[in-house]
Design a protein around this ligand. Structure first.
Ligand SMILES: Nc1nc2c(c(=O)[nH]1)N[C@H]1C(S)=C(S)[C@@H](COP(=O)(O)OP(=O)(O)OC[C@H]3O[C@@H](n4cnc5c(=O)[nH]c(N)nc54)[C@H](O)[C@@H]3O)O[C@H]1N2
Ligand SMILES: Nc1nc2c(c(=O)[nH]1)N[C@H]1C(S)=C(S)[C@@H](COP(=O)(O)OP(=O)(O)OC[C@H]3O[C@@H](n4cnc5c(=O)[nH]c(N)nc54)[C@H](O)[C@@H]3O)O[C@H]1N2
Ligand SMILES: [Mo]
Length: 806
């Protein structure tokens, strides 16, 4: 055991040992349900997918006229580190000098890896702020709509995602949990920054053993762990608001809504009730009305409403529901339904947003702050809602609305990304490809040859956490982990910190960026924040070196006081909600005053169509594009566990037996999914767990176009974002709507094009590129290019970086 070193990841703490060229990984002994995602880690050490040397896209390097059109289909030339750093610095100088920081997009959205110091997004933001700033992005792909609607109607986002109902309260007190979008335990495998104990399964079982009932509202049956025997209400995707309205109507019809709670704790119920009962639009949102839309029987709806009113009931709304057209509405309507039940703030009852979506949600609050690297201040005010990136690149200067502000898209010349994969996370990839042809320069730091790296001009090889020391710690996780370096950097990969330090040096800003600290000095300095708080609280507070030797440190948790909702319930005058009225806003004057036609003063049902575009209804099947169980997003799709789940090398897509039979599709067949935007291949899995009319294709299979040079190309591997729509949830939040789309499916006749994405890259030599075309840039052998002359070593005067890269 001695040679095993502690480490951590977004999907679990573990220890690892690298011997004889292979990496062995063992879960943390205190984790009751370690994640199978650990099985993807060993491939990091030697996969041909790793980026080994800085690489420059040929057209960019040569300055060929119109070269940007070749992004995604060009060759790459490997260069030395000093050359790459010079090129980056020169280009940044040019763009900052000619156009200013408002022309640099540095939003750089993405999960990158666990680790408090080497967190790629903190590093890049700090770096760009040192250089003069950048256009940023706000909110997340996870919860773009909820982050904007919740503060208007219930209070700050973290009050209801973080400081909300805990698993302990559910185990103790909940009698009925109605989970819109479910609580698939695959999702709780993961938490941003780390998770030392996977407890969701255990807690659900505990509640279930005590007699709590669980209702799963979802188009997929396995959005709840089988053990808790959830009752499955198989809903038509995108129709939860109709179901919630039907439930609300049933409550009012039976006089079961809590008038006292509505009077004391909410505003605007009457206006909502006028809508609910059809006084404003002539349409009663009755259970029968709802049933026609959502596909769940009216009797079931009436029955469920009665049960909800008679039990300690918790309503949960998943992230997925709001990652869709009008995604603000189910989040808001869930709040209204919980308010009508009068249980907000009661132990194990009320409303919890996103419970089950990430492994630490529903755990207790940490009692001490975590080590955090300052990103400095960004002097540039321009920003976009994160999912509007293609709109921004395609339409500089165009007007758009966001949360009450009339805004314009900036004119971006240079895009700089570290720690994210837009060709994973963004929708309508053919459109994104067109958008990525617009900027003058795209720079990417990546660990692996993702599709985003393959669309960049300058690709800089970043280390993974396995190749560096860091501190592992996350919100609501009571274990801090010494993430010890397990392997030497692969190829010539460098830490993001080191890369940015070297570029900052070329601007004369090395000291400002690094504060003259080595990475190791940073770790011990950042650790002091937590240590000081531990000392103040009278807890075990070892110094950094002792922590490092021990490998981990327990952090104290606060006692579960029920959060802001409990305080508000107990004394609404002393602890008002942080909404404009201090109450739950069933009607929001603020939102009404924005005058948006796609998000008005109270929650309502917006029939699909207007936003979806006329062509959507031509495609009969709903495609659910949810999170993958076999990896985190696109990360380590090349890992053993993820690849073991592919069928004939393609991503599995689930289809209901009746839908498959209608189309002559058998289990294991290669199918083509298509709609007006694009198409992809995937391998059919026939499953009763998908509702009739619903297919499910997880995100994260690396995008591989069959013809990279074509304007519209089929993905041969099974990335659903070639099919999804790139439109915002509404003018209020402009969130991503990637969860759902419409498609048709057919059996793929004939020999399908091969999947070659995991075969590795070949490169042009600097010498070769002046001659006629040599390597193809995408051919089979990853080792060919390794014969290139050995690169100049990056000149490093920084002692720590020397140490890290002997
Ligand atoms: N259709 C559809 N699309 C979706 C979703 C959906 O439900 N449906 N879900 C959305 C959601 S919720 C999210 S959060 C996004 C996720 O989107 P992303 O967060 O962009 O996806 P990841 O695959 O985690 O990308 C992280 C990248 O960082 C790289 N990386 C890891 N460590 C380091 C490092 O130390 N340095 C550097 N430079 N790079 C590093 C990894 O190799 C990886 O390519 O996807 C969104 N996209
Ligand atoms: N293993 C693993 N876990 C993850 C991630 C990962 O990549 N891999 N990503 C993490 C991240 S960044 C995030 S943000 C969270 C995301 O958390 P979520 O967004 O909640 O997760 P999803 O798996 O996308 O969706 C959950 C389920 O919602 C259901 N659903 C979809 N549309 C509808 C609908 O219209 N109505 C109803 N009632 N149900 C619907 C689908 O059946 C789907 O399986 O997951 C996190 N957990
Ligand atoms: Mo997310």
């Amino acid at each position: 055991m001695k040679s095993f070193k502690t480490h951590s990841s977004h999907w679990g703490a573990f220890s690892g040992r690298y011997e004889n060229g292979s990496l062995e990984v063992r879960p943390h002994p205190g984790d009751p349900h370690p994640s199978p995602l650990l099985g993807n880690i060993p491939a990091i050490a030697n996969s041909p997918m790793r980026i080994r040397r800085p690489a420059i896209r040929r057209g960019w390097l040569e300055g060929t006229p119109g070269h940007a059109q070749n992004r995604g289909a060009d060759d790459y030339v490997e260069v030395s580190w000093p050359r790459a750093a010079d090129l980056v610095a020169k280009e940044l100088q040019r763009v900052y000098g000619n156009f200013g920081p408002e022309a640099v997009f540095g939003g750089s959205y993405g999960w990158s890896s666990a680790g408090r110091f080497h967190h790629a997004q903190s590093q890049i933001h700090r770096f760009l702020n040192v250089l003069g700033g950048y256009v940023s992005s706000v909110n997340t792909y996870s919860s773009g709509a909820a982050m904007v609607i919740l503060p208007h109607v219930l209070g700050p986002y973290d009050h209801f995602d973080r400081k909300s109902v805990t698993w302990d309260a559910i185990e103790r007190s909940s009698e009925l949990v109605v989970a819109f979008g479910g609580m698939a335990t695959k999702n709780a495998d993961v938490h941003g920054g780390g998770i030392s104990a996977h407890i969701v399964r255990q807690k659900l079982n505990g509640a279930s053993a005590r007699g709590a009932r669980f209702i799963l509202v979802s188009p997929l049956k396995d959005d709840f762990p089988a053990e808790v025997n959830a009752e499955w209400l198989s809903i038509i995707p995108g129709t939860d608001v109709a179901l919630m309205l039907g439930l609300a109507h049933a409550l009012v019809s039976a006089g079961l809504h809590d008038r006292g709670f509505l009077d004391n704790y909410t505003i605007g119920y009457e206006r909502f009730e006028d809508y609910l009962l059809g006084r404003t639009d002539g349409v009663e949102k009755s259970p029968e009305w709802a049933s026609d839309i959502c596909g769940i029987g009216a009797d079931l709806i009436i029955d469920l409403a009665r049960t909800m009113a008679s039990a300690r009931t918790l309503i949960t709304v998943s992230h997925s529901l709001q990652r869709a057209d009008h995604g603000e509405q189910p989040v808001w309507m869930g709040v209204v339904l919980a308010a009508m039940l009068g249980q907000i703030g009661r132990d194990g009852g009320g409303y919890a947003y996103s419970l089950g979506a990430l492994g630490n949600i529903g755990k207790g609050q940490l009692g001490v702050p975590l080590p955090t690297l300052s990103q400095f201040k960004n002097p540039v005010a321009d920003f976009i809602p994160v999912a509007r990136i293609a709109d921004m690149l395609l339409n500089p200067g165009d007007a758009f609305h966001y949360n009450g502000q009339a805004m314009r898209y900036p004119d971006i010349r240079l895009v700089y990304w570290a720690g994210g994969n837009p060709f994973h996370h963004h929708q309508d990839l053919n459109r994104l490809r067109a958008a990525f042809k617009r900027p003058e320069t795209i720079i990417v730091h990546e660990t692996a040859w993702t599709s985003s790296a393959r669309h960049a001009d300058i690709v800089l090889p970043a280390t993974t956490t396995l190749e560096r020391d860091d501190i592992g710690a996350a919100d609501r996780d009571p274990l801090m982990v010494a993430m010890k370096k397990l392997i030497e950097p692969v190829g010539e990969a460098r830490d993001d910190y080191e890369i940015f330090s070297e570029i900052a040096r070329r601007f004369g800003k090395f000291e400002e960026f690094t504060e003259n600290r080595t990475s190791r000095e940073w770790l011990s300095a950042l650790f002091e924040t937590t240590r000081a708080a531990l000392i103040a609280g009278g807890h075990d507070a070892p110094d950094f070196e002792t922590f490092w030797d021990r490998g981990e440190l327990s952090l104290p948790l606060k006692t579960d006081d029920g959060g802001p909702a409990r305080a508000f319930r107990q004394d609404p005058a002393a602890f008002p909600l942080k909404t404009p009225s201090g109450k739950i806003e069933i009607f929001s004057q603020t939102i009404e005053s924005f005058g948006y036609d796609d998000c008005r003063g109270h929650p309502r049902w917006y029939p699909p169509g207007a936003k979806a575009g006329a062509d959507e209804s031509r495609y009969p099947l709903h495609l659910v594009c949810n999170q993958p169980h076999q990896r985190l997003h696109s990360q380590l799709d090349y890992g053993d566990f993820s690849r073991s789940t592919k069928i004939k090398g393609r991503e599995p897509v689930r289809i209901n037996p009746a839908d498959a039979a209608e189309r002559g599709i058998s289990d294991g067949d290669i199918v083509r999914l298509f709609n007006a935007r694009g198409s992809c291949l995937a391998a059919a899995v026939i499953s009763e767990e998908a509702r009739r009319g619903v297919m499910q294709l997880a995100t994260g299979a690396w995008f591989e176009p069959d013809d990279p040079a074509a304007e519209k190309s089929m993905c041969v591997h099974g990335n659903p974002n070639i099919l999804t729509r790139d439109v915002g949830t509404s003018q209020l939040a402009q969130g991503s709507t990637g969860q759902l789309t419409r498609v048709e499916a057919e059996r793929f006749a004939g020999e399908p094009p091969p999947v070659r994405i995991f075969e590795g890259m070949t490169f042009l030599d600097e010498a070769e590129r002046s001659g006629t075309k040599a390597a193809t840039g995408r051919s089979a052998s990853p080792t060919m290019a390794r014969d290139a002359p050995s690169p100049e070593k990056l000149i490093l005067t920084h002692p720590e970086t020397e140490q890290n890269n002997p």
